[in-house]
Design a protein. Structure first.
Length: 164
């Protein structure tokens, strides 16, 4: 049986990964899984720092991995709105699709820091519940760890710019 395709995203905080994930999931009739939604529903009001995020994100991953592999194995496409912004995050995605030999696409949204900060400011106004964590300070903390994907990593990478 054919496996579904796993689509996941790399881009700085505020680059538009969630927006692009919703768009692609809709267009490709795929199951959409959002890390922010899972974290908010399972660990409400627990994440106020980068360390909190890392801790709770890591708690999610074993179950999410099994869920995604199960969905992909049925031939259904999955779009994951989970960040693939570091080598270790991308290695985790690789462990998800390679174990079941499912095809994948890594969408890299390449935006400047200034554009990301502008979008974060807009998001804070539209989603006040995120204003505690969507700050320029948090952007700086998170962006220190950001690594754009390289061809050596061997992913099927599709790079999109601002208005793609």
């Amino acid at each position: 049986m054919n496996k579904g395709t796993l689509t996941f995203f790399c881009g700085k905080m505020g680059a538009g990964k969630s927006t692009k994930a919703r768009e692609i999931a809709q267009k490709s009739n795929a199951a959409l899984l959002s890390e922010d939604e899972w974290l908010a529903s399972l660990y409400p009001n627990k994440i106020s720092s980068l360390n909190d995020y890392i801790e709770y994100s890591n708690l999610l991953k074993p179950q999410i991995k099994m869920l995604v592999q199960s969905i992909l194995s049925t031939g259904t496409n999955v779009v994951m709105d989970f960040p693939a912004n570091t080598l270790s995050q991308r290695d985790w995605f690789r462990s998800v699709f390679s174990a079941i030999e499912a095809p994948h696409n890594l969408i890299y949204i390449d935006l400047s820091n200034a554009e990301c900060l502008k979008q974060i400011e807009k998001r804070r106004k539209e989603q006040p519940e995120r204003s505690a964590t969507d700050t320029p300070d948090m952007f700086e903390q998170v962006t220190k760890y950001f690594m754009a994907p390289t061809t050596e990593e061997g992913f099927n990478t599709i790079t999109v710019a601002k208005n793609a």
